[in-house]
Ligand binder design. Sequence first.
Ligand code: GLN
Length: 452
Amino acid sequence: NHFLLRISEKSNLNAFLEVFEKEAIERARQLDDARSAGAPLGKLHGVVIGLKDVISYQNHTLSASSKMLAKYTAVYNATVVDRLLKEGAIIIGRQNCDEFAMGSSSEHSAYGAVLNDADHTRVPGGSSGGSAVAVQAGLCMVSLGSDTGGSVRQPADFCGVIGLKPSYGRISRYGLIAYASTFDQIGIFSSTVPDAALVLEVIAGEDQMDSTVSQAPVEAYSQLLAPAVKADKKYKLAYFRQALEHPSLDPEIKSAITGLIERLIAQGHTVTPIEFELLDYVVPTYYVLTTAEASTNLSRYDGVKFGHQTAAECSDLTEFYKRNRSEGFGKEVKKRIMLGTFVLSAFYFDAYFAKAQQIRRLLQEKSAEIFNNFDALISPNAPCVAFKLGEKQADATEMYLADIYTVFANLVGIPGISLPLFRNNDGIPFGIQLMSDQLKELSLLTLSDQLM
Ligand code: GLN
């Protein structure tokens, strides 16, 4: 009842597309009855969780914030949903985001923009903006989002909450609507590091339904919940020199991170600047590869297999497909499908797609080399704090370039977390990003907990 009331008081934020009111209350009652009857409690007993509307929850609408799927009802549960429910979570609703998770501001939703609760004239970041705002504004305890190129870490940064993107393959993607399958990963928004750790422990791990999930055992991340474990370990940290010196980086963010680095050194950690000549290649590489994968993944939305069907009379099947797709998809999604189709076309394949794959390989080598020598990388999450609604709408390239600090982790498959450590002079939150080697979530979370 508390969260339902908060959601209705804060409905102007447009964080939720649908609230499962009756169902959530009924579920809470059942859980409480089970508790009274002495049944064993799940690890997430009574925890109120929201889902970005790209995660499949059986018998509920699953729209990807698109007109294309406005009438689509999920026919099965995502693996993460099954695991949450099994441990006693209450799913309270589905959350607004950029259409098909494409964007950095949550302005590309067919159901209106999401507002940042720190300042209602600003965006919450994206694409998982509704999920970040829901935790920021206390509309639920935890949200699940998805992160293909920063969509959990950047909105967490803009809203002042924790945002964890685990390693590629740590969490099953079964039941997650695909944007770019070799990049996509489900992530967690929470108010504390131990909360994120506990939810990760529940949803991570091997799954018959997704062959890309790692078979590595899930570590006991929730041991972080025991305050006695709050370690005082000394870490070997690094940062990319080019990242902190990048001309696009807001000086206030730069000085906050520089100050943090000095404090970390004073506390006995080592923090080493390392060279990263490829920094300016990460965004183009990301957009070539993800649009290519998107053009393939989104071909199923043709109005026959899935999605919106036009009401217009069509002379043949091709026209029918065209109308369905033209009416169902928004502008940003169409642009990416066309870009992806272009880079995959026979004539341009070598110039774009093949080159981008080569750069991805170089980045993976770089990442392996870094984590042979260091425990974690420190970085900004974004070059700027939450910007004004509409401010970057006119210049798509500028919006894409703002992904410069987050896409590296997805290109190489490593985990990253956004920690809300600062506020600027206008009171707008921002934080830092930490990244570690693949499947080193426990070490990443332990370090994060130490810094918070
Ligand atoms: N902002 C990035 C994009 O627009 C990231 C999206 C995501 O992680 N889903 O593609």
